[in-house]
Design a protein around this ligand. Structure first.
Ligand SMILES: [Fe+2]
Length: 257
């Protein structure tokens, strides 16, 4: 849908209360067998669709998604409201009524509705990227201008390293780069940005929500996990616009993790 915004991001400071973030953090760190960062083909939140795809374990993701959705909504009941609010925000930020489109899960049985990214170990990778992994179901869409895809991140636990060079915090480039345009964005090395002119620092305080066009290059700043305080948790949901899908034969905003 043309009207849905592109090349922009929204920051909602204090979107989630510190009390909720603290409860989520406690719940997650107490259940590392479910939320551990490593990809294992056993029940658990595992490492999201992209991690499983990369590891060739996508069938495990599908097998456990429905089970995990039930767990997620029971143990983290605020998740449903976060997703609904983010969907409405995409629409209202685009100048549409907040209920202009239904916001529905990608086939719920096979896709998690939302999830957590956990960094329990040092994060040295300076990985500037766009979020196209969720569009794998619609392969040609990563090359198409008309595609509308959004990433929604809530900062649940900031690594203590944010005081040192903003470790673990987020920067976004204010430009829209489709998959085939990335060669023009990176230097010859294929991973560092040619220019930092459009690079912007995102306020990443605990409880903040950042919602952005998934085609905007972004980077989590590297950090080291030396002590427990250095661990980092974020809540993540992706959205994209569909004219229709088999499960939802009407125009909608689809979400998944
Ligand atoms: Fe990303």
């Amino acid at each position: 849908m043309k009207k849905l915004f592109t090349n922009d991001y929204i920051v909602r400071e204090g979107f989630l209360s510190e009390a909720v973030c603290a409860r989520w953090e406690k719940n997650i760190l107490r259940n590392l067998h479910i939320f551990g960062a490593d990809v294992e083909p056993v029940y658990g939140q595992m490492a999201a669709y992209y991690g499983m795809i990369e590891a060739g374990l996508n069938e495990s993701y599908y097998r456990f998604a429905e089970k995990h959705n039930k767990y997620l909504l029971k143990e983290f009941p605020e998740v449903a409201a976060v997703i609904a609010d983010a969907g409405r925000l995409i629409l209202s930020h685009s100048g549409l009524k907040p209920d202009a489109l239904p916001v529905v899960p990608r086939d719920k049985k096979y896709f998690q509705v939302g999830g957590f990214n956990l960094q329990l170990h040092s994060w040295d990778l300076y990985n500037i990227h766009t979020d196209t992994e969720g569009l794998l179901l619609y392969p040609s869409s990563i090359f198409e201008k008309k595609t509308r895809a959004y990433s929604c991140v809530v900062s649940v636990k900031r690594t203590a390293q944010y005081t040192k060079d903003r470790g673990g915090d987020l920067d976004i480039w204010r430009e829209r780069v489709l998959a085939h345009e990335l060669d023009g964005f990176y230097k010859r090395d294929g991973f560092s940005a040619k220019s930092s002119k459009l690079r912007e620092k995102i306020p990443y305080k605990v409880g903040n929500m950042v919602l952005f066009d998934s085609f905007m290059p972004h980077v989590v700043l590297p950090f080291k996990v030396k002590k427990k305080d250095d661990r980092r948790i974020s809540f993540v949901v992706h959205f994209n616009y569909r004219d229709h899908t088999e499960c939802n034969p009407f125009p909608h905003l689809e979400y998944w993790y």
